[in-house]
Design a protein around this ligand. Structure first.
Ligand code: GLV
Length: 327
């Protein structure tokens, strides 16, 4: 019996390609060529499955042109590149790659928070530029982390990991806001108390954004929300571009209505708004929060397992629209 044809849309680990080749006829983009949506559609036309990443848009247009497609397995926990309703309507299963990246991503959120509050990159640039001539009493004085108030906006698995690090590692007072409140046992475990979004913005010394992107969370942080924050506060976004209004943020950083920001994600990335590139009080990283070797391998293997499980016995590990399986 011939093997199902699948597409691996971006370069990935050779050992994952080898695993996939045991089950599928694989077309892989191991040269990591940049494909337009039209190229991706063309490549998908004769495929039954796809291994995608967060940059590969699967929407009604793509689906209409690819009637053989049965599953798209994202190598990311976020899946705003998928139009889930259109996929469900077309009978195409969507899967993501949760859990295996939770702790790594929470580590990075904390690293970005610390780099931002303690002005690590800004001071390194100053040193590298040969501007450091002597010690001074307030050189790059930053914000305190231990004992301060940490506000976590979005309290899924990664948000909980950040809360635990803050509460139990750094003795922070942790407050959070989420669509739904955690149960009391989980709140206690995370050392976190539930507050309104407004109270979080007004009282946190450090705000970390960890909520999923959807049209409903577009510009969750805009000019009005930034104006509520303390002038000494830091804002960290490891969630998705578009959750923050980057123009409003650059203005707030320039006007010092907040002290600093740490950003791993951007509106329209990999482009970064030029205003963010010129303000000094922002730490910028290229969407690498889950990027350690072991974690990225685990994410790729989970995407592969979803493809293998689906074609073997309709048992993918992490389906997003399981109604498709029942149909
Ligand atoms: C990364 O941004 C992910 O969603 O996994």
């Amino acid at each position: 019996m011939s093997k199902p044809k699948i597409l691996v849309a971006r370069q990935t680990f050779p050992e994952v390609i080898s695993r996939l080749e045991q089950h599928f006829e694989v077309e892989a983009n191991q040269s990591d060529a940049v494909w337009s949506k039209a190229d991706l559609t063309e490549k998908l036309k004769d495929k039954e499955g796809a291994f995608t990443t967060g940059g590969d848009r699967i929407d009604g247009e793509v689906l209409a042109a690819c009637p053989r497609l049965k599953i798209c397995a994202n190598m990311a926990v976020g899946y705003n590149n998928f139009d889930i309703d259109a996929m469900t309507a077309a009978g195409v299963l969507a899967t993501n790659a949760p859990d295996v990246l939770t702790e790594t991503t929470a580590d990075f959120g904390f690293a970005l928070l610390m780099a931002t509050a303690r002005r690590i990159t800004e001071s390194e640039h100053y040193l590298r530029a040969g501007q450091w001539s002597r010690w001074s009493f307030d050189l790059f004085a930053g914000a305190e982390i231990h004992g301060s108030t940490l506000g976590v906006l979005g309290m899924g698995r990664i948000g909980q990991g950040i809360a635990r690090r803050g509460a139990h590692g750094f003795g922070m007072k942790v407050i959070y806001h989420n669509r739904s409140r955690l149960d009391a046992a989980l709140e206690a475990e995370c050392g976190a108390s539930y507050v309104s979004k407004e109270e979080l913005l007004k009282t946190a010394d450090h705000v970390v954004l960890v909520l999923p992107y959807s049209p409903a969370s577009h510009h969750t942080i805009g000019a009005a929300e930034l104006a509520m924050m303390k002038p000494t506060a830091t804002l960290v976004n490891i969630a998705r571009g578009g959750i923050v209004d980057d123009v409003a943020l650059a203005k707030a950083l320039r006007d010092k209505t907040i002290a600093a920001a740490g950003l791993d994600v951007f509106e329209g990335e990999p482009k970064v708004h030029p205003d963010l590139l010129t303000v000094p009080n922002v730490v910028l990283t290229p969407h690498i929060a889950s990027s350690t070797g072991p974690t990225r391998l685990a994410m790729a293997n989970l995407a592969a397992d979803n493809l293998i499980g689906f074609f073997r016995d309709k048992k993918p590990l992490t389906p997003l629209n399981p109604a498709v399986l029942a149909a």
